[in-house]
Design a protein around this ligand. Structure first.
Ligand code: PLP
Length: 227
């Protein structure tokens, strides 16, 4: 084995050893070459996260078919059809318009697409996602019910980009609270609203403490990204 393979396998093993049972690890492989993904694959990793449509599709074409691809980046509506049928989970649904379009394109393709709704709780203004109030209003209005070809599996969020653990915890706790409220509401399809994706390399232990069922880890596995 080459150095890269050994290093990636070791870093993966380290995260896994600290992760409670039942919490899924998604290896965020954006900007990484296929060799790096194959190193993780060789170490048993099957869930990968990509954030750009073209890069994702290129990797999808050449990598093993048992990989579960999570799309985690902002998805432009004109690119939706390129990823339909190729994802295991679209984590970054950040508007009702995008949700409707994924449903429509999935119906055309004869597939059902699993998605998460991205919630914006971080302090940064640039992050995409439903605001908490907006999310609750849509929930009340029944916007998340009755989609024929989309299954809403839960929520995805990022915390504020800060070293202040209290701020990070507050953000994750807010999302976890929304997640529980939605689960209880009767206004999401009861079967399968079970995924709370939060936590990245720098903050995942706090996310897990606050109830994350899935974490998205890039640099802690692959090292620096190759932009
Ligand atoms: C890049 C990215 C990650 C991974 O970030 P790291 O800090 O490298 O672990 C997780 N989630 C999303 C949405 C990302 O864009």
């Amino acid at each position: 084995m080459q150095n890269l393979d050994v290093e990636i396998a070791m870093r993966l093993q380290e995260v896994r050893s600290l992760l409670p049972e039942g919490v899924e690890l998604v290896a965020v492989s954006k900007f990484q070459p296929v060799e790096a993904l194959m190193a993780a694959y060789g170490a048993g990793q099957r869930a990968f996260g990509e954030s750009r449509v073209q890069e994702f599709v290129e990797k999808y074409e050449v990598l093993p078919k048992d990989i579960r691809w999570h799309f985690i980046g902002h998805l432009q509506t004109n690119k939706v059809r390129h990823i339909i049928g190729k994802t295991s989970l679209v984590e970054s649904v950040d508007s009702l318009r995008l949700l409707a379009l994924i449903n429509e394109e999935s119906a055309k393709a004869g597939v059902t697409t699993d998605v998460l709704l991205q919630v914006h709780v971080a302090a940064e203004e640039t992050k995409f996602g439903f605001g908490p109030d907006e999310l609750m209003q849509s929930l009340e209005a029944g916007d998340f019910l009755g989609l024929s070809n989309v299954r809403i599996r839960g929520l995805m969020a990022m915390a504020t980009n800060t070293d202040d653990a209290a701020v990070i915890r507050r953000d994750f706790a807010a999302v976890a609270s929304l997640f529980r409220e939605m689960s209880r509401s009767g206004k999401v399809d009861a079967v399968g609203f079970d995924t709370l994706s939060m936590g990245m390399s720098a903050d995942w232990p706090i996310a897990v403490e606050e109830g994350a069922t899935s974490i998205r880890i890039g640099s802690a596995i692959f090292g620096e990204r190759h932009y």
